[in-house]
Every structure is written in C-alpha cells, then in structure tokens.
Design a protein around this ligand. Structure first.
Ligand code: URP
Ligand code: ZN
Ligand code: ZN
Ligand code: ZN
Length: 510
C-alpha cells in the first residue's frame, strides 16, 4: 500500500520560516513514529510521509536521530537575590545554556523581596526576563508570607497574569506554619492553581545548625548533617497530610532522598493527589563529593535539600520516575560562583544554596535513565517535557510533537557522546557539578519556536527570541485527568489509547 501524499495548504506557504525535518523517529510520551515534521511560522503544521512542501524550505535529515519535544525545565532561579547575593546566570545566559542542552522552555520563580507584594515581584521578574530570554518562559510565584493581601494578589495573578502555581516553604526564615500552609493549599484549590512546597523541617534544621556550630562543625559537611533525610521526609509527609485534609493537589519540588520518595509513594497510595519533582543533581550526584577535602568543591555542591551521602539514592530516584511515583525533573538551577560560595567559609549555613543543571539536565537524564536501561525514550520525554506541560496547563501547545504545537523541537542523537565540563558549558557559573561525566545523547539541532537555535551542535541562541507563556488555572492533568486524554485525541484526530487517569492511579511497588 502506498503512503498517502499530504499537500500543505497554499495559505500556509507564505513565510520564510519553513523547515522540514525528515527521516527521524518522532518520540512523544505515548508513541514513537517514523514520520517527517513540517514547521512554518514557529508552529508544527504537518506530520507525515511524502509531504509536499513549498520550494526553498530548509530540510534537515534526522535519520538515526530522535525528534523529541524540547525540554521544559520547571524549576530555575535566574537573577535570583538569595542568601545575601545574586545568582550569576541571568535570564539571557541561563536560557541560552538551556537551549544548548535541548531545553526550550523554563519556568522560574518570581520571588518577593522583604515587604514587596506578589504583584510587584511578578512585574519585577517580567521586566528582568522579557527582553533577555532566548526561549519561552513561565513563572511560579513564591509565597514568603501569608496575609489577606497575599491571598488577594494570588487571585489577581491567576485571573489576570497567567500564573497557576505558588511555591511555599517549610524551611528558611520565610517558612510558613502548618495553619498557613492549610490556608494556602485551600486557596490554591479554589483558584485551580498548583500549590508547590519546599519540604524540609525548618525548625529542626535551625536547632541542628546551632548544635553543629557549637560543636565546631563549621565546614560544608555540616550542611547535610543539619538536614538529614528524615527531616525532608517528615515535611513531605506533613505537607501531604495538609493537602489531603483540604482536598487540594500538591506539587513537592526537589525530592532528594529515598525517605522523601517513600513518603510520596505512601501518600499516593492513600489517595493524596501529590506530584513529585526530582532534580538532575539528585539523579546524578552522590555523597562521594562529601569526601573531597577542598572547601570550594564541597560548597559548590551545597543545595537544599542536600545531595544524599547514600550512593544508591540517584538510581532509586530514577526508579521512582520510571514507576510514575515521581512525575518530572527540574534543574533547580541556582548558580553561585566560587567567591559567593566563600560567604560560608566560616559557617556552612551561610553558603548560598544552589547548583547548576539547566544546560545538562537532558543529557544527564538520558545517560542515567535511557542509556542505563531504566526508562525508554517515551518516558524520557514525559519526565523532561510532557508532564511539565500538562501540570502547568500548556499542553498540547508545549510538551509534544503534534500538529498545531509550538515548534520547540530537538533532534537528539543517542549515539553521540559528550563530556560535561565547566570549561565548555554555556552557563555563567564557574563550576559544574557534573564535571567529567560522559553522556550519550547530544542535541544536534534545537528548534525554538521554529528558529534553529542549535544548528549542527553550534549554538545560535537569540536574546529576546523567547516570550512569557501564560499558564492557565485548572490544568486537566491536576484537576481533571480524564479530560486530558480527550484533548490529545482531538488534537491528533486519532483515538488516544493512553488512559492518563489509569496511569495516574497506577503505583507499582518500589
Ligand atoms: O538550594 C536550593 N534549592 N536553592 C534554590 C532555592 C530553593 O529552595 O529552591
Ligand atoms: Zn526550594
Ligand atoms: Zn565532585
Ligand atoms: Zn529552587
């Protein structure tokens, strides 16, 4: 039987921005097909074989490569004033590095400064980011206090400014108490927003910090000692309990330990609607770093919750992703240079918390997940892109290769390798926690809104090419999973065989 010929409608042929990606294997979260992709004006216009395309269209041969949705990093901190200093990757350098690694959208956090309103924080971040971003971006908004004003601003942000997620903290000086978390989760539920939580018990941490400093433990090794696994797991469990009591969904950011992963598994089993994000740092780094005698090396690995000393944790977290106990991966890119990390030379609790990851997330997860045989390319797409798009309600515009979707596309060569190094990365930071790691999986082409921004591995990112993407409330993935499968079916004009609601409910044993 001959393959049907699809003709591209004449009214679509007007632009210069035309691209045909031929002979690749298109990977979505639920299938892999060998078809060509035609892009025009930043949108995927046709998918099929023997497409008739306008003359002059650029053709990229993707034979032997995967054609995947651009990565979505749901957790970055660019130009973030934190712990008395500011992260070195700004919205230009950060998004440029993201693109170099195959990520075509990031979601950052608008963080109110002391006394600043949520709305002002939002405007401040829009102003910082809009003119600089090389790829599309969205924003979560951090809640560093709770009041009627905060409550009202949350409503305005959701209804007028394209915000659908709010991050709360159970640690740091600006943590909320249980009663405040209860009110926030309840309000999020009424708004159709996603409450996020940084889950560590801040009270226990501050007692432990004092105790360690009094005993003379001042070096970076004190960081992990002051916030061990159970301090993370206790907070995860408490946040899940609060969410369950108000019947709201909950998104736990940066799950970094076995105990916390286990708390999420148990919560899901008792019906808590909890979504878990883990970090590329947790999937690739282990406690061997804590044996390094060099202050700078240790301090460069300090983030919260910490990288765990237990060497089996990274693979354990990857298994949780494989089993859908955790749903997505971020970088928590929050970068400080050596001189900034030295702020904690005499007291580990003053080391600015944060590591790199926005550039290397895709390759490192491919290496640790697909190359090592734990997940397949479809699950890779789900945990690096699709699930973020669904949770933050921008699917199927983002997170899939489908007709009508934004042309955020990566041509991924699984057979090529590269070695990660701070000497060659595109980030502003002077250290790379993945230094020396060899990764299979190289983004040979990265197409951002239809523009080829990595071309035969050459980075050609353009400042200001990206734009702010609104994230609407009441994401079906979070609030109505059954509706989501209908949306995808309608998009592709096919019967969707995947029942997302079933998938969500399925929690196999660890
Ligand atoms: O250490 C971290 N994670 N730094 C960034 C701030 C946060 O809590 O996400
Ligand atoms: Zn956090
Ligand atoms: Zn190291
Ligand atoms: Zn963070």
């Amino acid at each position: 039987m001959s393959t049907p010929v699809k003709k591209v409608p004449i009214h679509l042929q007007s632009s210069q921005n035309r691209l045909l990606i031929k002979n690749g294997k298109i990977v979505n979260e639920d299938d892999i097909i060998e078809e060509d992709v035609y892009v025009e004006d930043g949108i995927i216009k046709e998918i099929g074989r023997n497409l008739i395309i306008p003359g002059g269209t650029r053709v990229i041969d993707a034979r032997g490569r995967y054609v995947i949705p651009g990565g979505i990093d749901p957790h970055t901190h660019f130009e973030f004033e934190f712990m008395g200093t500011t992260t070195v990757d700004d919205f230009y350098q950060g998004t440029k590095a993201a693109i170099a690694g195959g990520t075509t959208m990031i979601i950052d956090f608008a963080f109110p400064k002391q006394g600043e309103s949520l709305l002002d924080a939002y405007y401040c971040y829009r102003e910082k980011a809009d003119s600089k971003v090389c790829c599309d971006y969205g924003l979560h908004v951090a809640l560093t206090s709770w009041s009627d004003r905060v409550k009202e601003d949350m409503s305005i942000l959701c209804s007028q400014h394209g915000i659908n997620s709010f991050k709360t903290f159970m640690a740091y000086s600006f943590m909320l108490n249980d009663s405040e978390l209860y009110s926030v989760f309840e309000h999020c539920k009424n708004l159709g927003a996603v409450p996020q939580v940084h889950a560590e018990n801040g009270h226990i941490i501050s007692k432990n910090v004092d105790k360690l400093l009094n005993k003379g433990v001042t070096g970076p090794e004190g960081h992990e000692m002051s916030r061990p696994e159970e301090v993370e797991a206790e907070a995860v469990n408490r946040a899940c309990t609060i969410a369950h009591q108000v019947d709201s969904p909950l998104y736990v950011v940066h799950v970094m330990s076995k105990s916390a992963g286990f708390a999420i598994k148990q919560a899901r089993e008792r019906g808590v609607q909890v979504i878990g994000e883990t970090l590329v740092a947790g999937l690739a780094c282990d406690g061997s770093h804590y044996k390094n005698p060099c202050y700078n090396h240790l301090a460069a690995h300090v983030l919260s919750p910490p990288i765990r000393p237990d060497k089996t944790t990274p693979q354990f977290l990857m298994n949780l992703l494989a089993q859908d106990i955790l749903q997505l991966t971020g970088s928590d890119n929050c970068t400080f240079n050596k001189n900034q990390k030295e702020m904690g030379a005499k007291n580990f609790s003053k080391i600015p918390n944060g590591v790199n990851g926005v550039e290397d997330r895709m390759s490192v997860i491919w290496e640790k997940g697909v190359q090592s045989g734990i997940i397949d390319p479809m699950r890779f797409v789900a945990i690096t892109s699709t699930n973020a798009a669904k949770i933050f309600n921008i699917f199927p515009r983002k997170g899939c290769i489908a007709i009508g979707s934004d042309a955020d596309v990566v041509i991924w060569n699984p057979n090529k390798t590269r070695i990660i190094s701070a000497k060659t990365h595109h980030q502003a930071v002077d250290f790379n926690i993945f230094e020396g790691m060899e990764c299979h999986g190289v983004p040979e082409y990265v197409i951002v809104n239809g523009r080829v921004c990595v071309d035969e591995e050459q980075l050609r990112a353009v400042q200001g090419h990206g734009k702010f993407v609104e994230t609407p409330v009441f994401a079906p993935f979070v609030y109505d999973p059954e509706k989501l499968s209908d949306m995808r079916s309608a998009k592709n004009g096919t019967i969707n065989e995947i029942e997302l609601s079933n998938k969500l409910a399925k929690v196999s044993s660890i």
